[in-house]
Design a binder for this molecule. Structure first.
Ligand code: C5P
Length: 314
């Protein structure tokens, strides 16, 4: 019998092609209708048996990731352990996270790491939990964790954890990401949206019941990037812009440079641009980085699959 000593899982970042936000609920969350889309910017999470649970983080924004019980990957390990007691499964785990997804950037990097930790520990402990069971555990850790397991393009409802895969042709979209200098806190952006809405006299419970955008879904079914670009929407964008006004310039610059669509990623501050082709994405990325409206740029494609174990070498 082979004893598995370390398992690595790779997990993508997400975009929200639509993010429709309802009024605040009694539990502080907001009901959503969102169209998640996984893109080819990956973190890698390695888990190894150890005396106790620890986490180390390297790469993009490593210094700002919590190393204690607030770390979502460690919380995922603990949540999975509660479900699969026995054998070596109660032992500690050394979690090593190699980050490429920026922290607090609106791309669910922390949730991605939690999803990767679930998949990797399921393998390390030969626990054999089904995708369905892992998704249920994921939903207890954070609103975006279940999608990081699933990947692809999917409609999210509830807090974002109730998922339906979107049936769409196998079109590959080309995106340019503009990373910002700063970070935005997700709860603060939601709170800013609530404030903006009440300052506009919107009775919170009466309006803004979120609804799936039929135009966006039809654009996805057609595989037409120009239509998709026009249909992108994010209710959190005005709130993110109110907290980070410089993002207006970034969005405007990308559109001037020919992007088919532009929006803030999730709660921001990353800005996302859709390009017509791989070549256009390269041109856009080069031009955007020359304008000085962002810290750095990346080109990614989507959709890509969700969290998965990386086959061992050799
Ligand atoms: O679920 P997660 O921990 O990722 O959410 C972070 C914060 O974002 C929540 O504490 C809440 O303030 C806000 N949020 C929300 N409604 C959602 C998802 C997140 O208000 N559907």
């Amino acid at each position: 019998m082979t004893i598995v000593t370390g398992v690595t899982a790779r997990v993508p970042a997400k975009l929200n092609l639509q993010l429709a936000v309802g009024p605040p609920r009694a539990d502080g969350y907001h009901d959503l209708v969102t169209v998640f889309h996984a893109v080819s910017l990956f973190d890698e999470v390695t888990v190894e048996a150890a005396g106790r649970d620890t986490v180390t983080v390297t790469g993009e924004g490593a210094g700002t990731v919590p190393h204690d019980g607030d770390n979502l990957a460690l919380r995922a390990v603990a949540a999975l352990r509660r479900q699969v007691r026995g054998g070596n499964r109660t032992a500690g785990v050394r979690v090593s996270i190699a980050k490429r997804i920026p922290v607090a950037a609106g791309m669910a990097g922390g949730s991605a790491d939690a999803a990767a930790a679930l998949v990797a520990c399921n393998e390390l402990w030969t626990a054999g939990l089904t995708a369905q069971r892992l998704a249920e555990i994921a939903a207890t850790i954070g609103s975006d964790v279940a999608f990081a397991l699933l990947g692809g393009t999917a409609v999210g409802r509830g807090r974002g954890e109730r998922l339906t895969p979107a049936l769409a042709p196998a079109t590959q979209y080309h995106w340019v990401l503009a990373f910002a200098d700063g970070q935005l806190s997700t709860p603060e952006v939601y709170a800013a949206l609530d404030r903006l809405r009440s300052s506009q006299g919107v009775a919170p419970q009466a309006k803004h019941q979120p609804d799936l955008d039929a135009g966006l879904m039809s654009a996805l079914r057609s595989g037409d990037a120009a239509r998709l670009g026009r249909a992108l929407s994010n209710d959190l964008q005005p709130a993110a812009l109110s907290l980070y006004p410089a993002l207006r310039k970034t969005l405007a610059a990308g559109l001037e440079l020919g992007a088919l669509g532009a929006l803030v990623a999730g709660s921001g501050p990353t800005c996302v641009f859709l390009a017509a082709s791989a070549e256009r994405a390269l041109e856009l990325a080069v031009s955007l980085s020359g304008t000085g409206v962002c810290r750095s740029v990346a080109r990614v494609t989507g959709p890509v699959p969700g969290a998965a174990v990386v086959p061992a070498q050799g």
